[in-house]
Ligand binder design. Structure first.
Ligand code: ATP
Length: 425
């Protein structure tokens, strides 16, 4: 990365879509800076996607005024007094510069307004603790009190103080994200602090949803998973999250890859892979993450059944209807984990592509119309017809109806027989 001058940076800021207009409208408003990830990305020469602005003043008032001047919309958020302004192709999040105090490790911080310098001091890593001035003569000036630019050059992730991972253990997961996404490395002292914090299991002090929000993005991008999980294991972060978790980089990456094949969620499949060694032990941990119920259920089943499915499918040739019976009750994530654990591809791909979409052309109403009374015999008959259809023994509506009636009548007769025997003692 070559040296970046103020003029350079000013140019890069101006080239952000919609920014030129915003800059023009900042006149007369309190000092405002581009901060965090966007600055990092601009300096790296990549596109700045999430634009966070820090305001030395009342961010919500500035947001309302900007929205008015730009003819855009403003949404105010309660927490931390932040606001989002949307105008044309520009979306920016505004927050008042603030200092933070952590009442206890892992808790959300108490915040109060403070200077830009203090706002930068509360941040996670030096490469994220830089700001670019957006207003007046200062436009394009880089505020870099912790040597973030130098760390960007050297490819280093460095915390701002020794207490950082203890104050906010989610930074351990964020560090993995930046390491794998940017191809950076933890600076040696930061790595020592990370190992120390992991050994103290500080991540267990953090609420489940906060862990979820930092963990799941690590499991989304296939190219990033192997490195992130290797580091997770090396630093002992998996055990620090929960003793039953195992970050197996290959398994998680294979599960995410397989997710694409079977139409499952990558992140949920990879999460299930993390749990697969001992799903029961980590059950409570999973529940605390605060996933939506169907997602949690999918991860749980995938972690619990993936291995079993791989074993059963591996035993030998199964009929299509048997494959269907095995796989149909499972969420796609269970198929992804089974594949990652070495289940044969063919039956699973056959299930996804050919068997899963199979539907009968008849329904219970057809049987009732043909005189079969409402009874469990109807369901049983339809299931039998589906089995035979999956195995290719019948095809077409007529076949289905004939077979269904035959089975249902047989079941009825058998039922009547049973009842008679019952009455006869
Ligand atoms: P991404 O490109 O992944 O969105 P980002 O750096 O923009 O990366 P965000 O999670 O959007 O990451 O956070 C924005 C900024 O807020 C960060 O750059 C960092 O300065 C600060 N930040 C976010 N989370 C923390 C945290 N847990 N501790 C300290 N600072 C944080």
């Amino acid at each position: 990365m070559r040296r970046v001058s103020t003029e350079d940076l000013r140019e890069r800021v101006r080239r952000i879509p919609g920014m030129e207009r915003l800059l023009a409208e900042l006149a007369g408003l309190p000092p405002t800076y581009l901060v965090g990830g966007a600055v990092r990305d601009l300096l790296l020469g990549s596109e700045a996607l999430d634009l966070d602005l820090a305001v030395e003043g009342d961010a919500r008032a500035v947001a309302r005024e900007l929205a008015r001047r730009l003819g855009g919309d403003v949404v105010q958020h309660d927490r931390f007094g932040t606001a989002t302004v949307r105008a044309g192709d520009l979306t920016v999040d505004l927050a008042t510069t603030r200092r933070e105090r952590y009442p206890r490790p892992g808790a959300l911080p108490e915040v109060e307004p403070a200077s830009l310098a203090e706002d930068l001091r509360r941040r996670d890593f030096t490469i994220n603790a830089m700001a670019v001035a957006l207003r007046g003569d200062e436009l394009g000036h880089l505020h870099d009190p912790f040597g973030g630019l130098e760390d960007l050059r050297r490819g280093l992730i460095r915390v701002l103080h020794d207490q950082s991972f203890i104050d906010d253990p989610t930074r351990l997961l964020r560090a993995l994200r930046y390491e794998s996404r940017l191809g950076f490395a933890l600076e040696p002292e930061t790595e020592r602090l990370a190992r120390e914090a992991a050994a103290r299991s500080v991540l267990r002090l953090v609420s489940g949803p906060r862990v979820r929000d930092e963990l799941l993005p690590l499991l989304e991008e296939i190219e990033l998973i192997p490195r992130a999980l290797r580091r997770m294991r090396e630093l002992g972060l998996d055990r620090s999250l929960h003793p039953a978790l195992t970050a197996d980089p290959q398994l998680a990456a294979d599960a995410a890859l397989a997710a694409d094949v079977v139409g499952a969620s990558r992140r949920l499949s990879a999460l299930a892979a993390l749990l697969a060694r001992d799903p029961e032990a980590a059950r409570e941990w999973l529940e605390e993450l605060g996933l939506r119920a169907p997602e949690r259920e999918a991860v749980q089943r995938a972690a619990r059944h993936g291995r079993q499915l791989a074993t059963l499918l591996g035993i030998g040739e199964l009929r299509p209807s048997q494959v269907y019976e095995l796989l149909a009750p499972e969420p796609p994530e269970a198929l992804a984990v089974a594949l990652a654990l070495g289940a044969p591809q063919r039956p699973i791909v056959d299930f996804v592509e050919r068997l899963r979409p199979v539907r009968l052309e008849i329904g219970g109403e057809d049987l009732r119309a043909a005189g079969i009374p409402e009874s469990p015999a109807i369901g049983a008959a339809l299931r039998e017809v589906l089995r035979r259809k999956l195995d290719g023994e019948i095809s077409g509506r007529e076949d289905e109806l004939r077979l269904a009636l035959e089975v249902a009548r047989r079941a009825q007769e058998a039922g009547a027989h049973e009842r008679q025997r019952g009455m006869g003692g």
